[in-house]
Design a protein around this ligand. Structure first.
Ligand code: HEM
Length: 281
């Protein structure tokens, strides 16, 4: 079938679902002549590829600056055994105890956000809620104060996230690279201090940056460069995605009022609501 799938087209970016369905039938293994890459649509094919590290590499994607040709990749753009080491180094930070401990602070923060617009009787859901909430969580994960850093993080995430989906727009890509450099310049001194604490036998803390600095996987420590790559990656991976999830979930509940009524009647359904929203999009 003719090449009619363009990842960067506005139509696809705005609503990918119909294209996925069409391509599943029309061309489930698609070569883009324009970009020189392949898109794989069938679950079984994707599964086979992600499990076959000997034939396929994660090194070239996704996004900008995660895997420059002369450097090893970071998480999504790293192959085993490097990926296994990186994964083991950060996985300890994502435990349910750490996440549960954030709940009271997060509730207070969301209440504050709501207080900010409740008297107007309306809000811009994305700007007023869906953007700040994940940024607050990431700041807490990383152990840097939100009040001082939220705004600059918001700007970096916007620029970096835009550049991931804009290989066709060099000016956006350049801005993404600048933001990546600013992020590295911001985190480098913090991480360096934590590495010095570890070297001096002190505890650099149990936030993500501290966990990275003290991570030791079978005698292998993370390098400063790797840790900076993680910080860049997590900032973008953890915030834009969740902003979209909050916006998409509420848009779906708006479109399906009977589901909204069920959820209001039984708030414990929120977990399956979120899962279903992720699956549905
Ligand atoms: C709705 C929200 C989210 C969605 C839809 C999402 C989606 C994804 C996807 C599809 C991947 C695999 C990408 C690939 O292999 O090419 C991934 C990887 C990853 N995501 Fe997320 N993500 C979300 C939220 C988060 C959050 C909140 C964090 C952290 C704070 C996070 C951290 C990561 C990490 C560390 C990886 C790399 C895992 C690895 O390579 O082993 N994500 N995410």
């Amino acid at each position: 079938m003719k090449d009619d799938f363009d990842f960067y087209s506005e139509e696809f970016q705005a609503n990918p679902g119909p294209t996925f369905s069409r391509m599943l039938d029309a061309c489930p293994f698609h070569h883009s002549e324009k970009w020189g890459w392949y898109s794989v649509f069938r679950y079984a094919d994707v599964q086979r590829i992600v499990e076959d590290n000997a034939t396929y590499s994660a090194k070239f994607g996704p996004g900008v600056d995660y895997a420059p040709a002369d450097r090893p990749g970071v998480l999504v753009s790293a192959d085993p055994p490097l990926h296994t080491i990186q994964r083991r180094a950060i996985v300890q930070a994502f435990n349910s105890r750490t996440i549960r401990a954030m709940e009271p602070g997060l509730r207070a923060f969301v209440n504050e956000l709501i207080d900010g617009f409740i008297d107007q009787g309306r809000c811009d859901l994305i700007q007023d809620v869906a953007v700040p909430v994940p940024l607050w969580i990431i700041c807490n994960f990383l152990g840097v104060p939100y009040t001082e850093n939220g705004e600059r993080f918001r700007r970096w995430v916007e620029v970096m996230a835009a550049s991931v989906f804009s290989q066709n727009k060099p000016e956006v890509q350049l801005k993404g690279r600048d933001a990546a450099m600013e992020i590295a310049a911001f985190f480098a001194p913090i991480l360096q201090k934590k590495m010095e604490q570890v070297a001096a036998g002190e505890d650099p803390g149990d936030n993500l940056l501290g966990m990275m600095a003290k991570a030791d996987v079978d005698g292998t420590k993370l390098t400063l460069e790797e840790m900076l790559g993680f910080a860049q990656f997590l900032l973008v991976a953890g915030s834009g995605t969740t902003t979209n999830l909050i916006g998409n979930t509420l848009a779906l509940l708006h479109d399906y009022p009977s589901e909204l009524a069920r959820l209001r009647g039984e708030p414990a359904l929120i977990n399956s609501t979120i899962e279903e929203s992720l699956r549905f999009m």
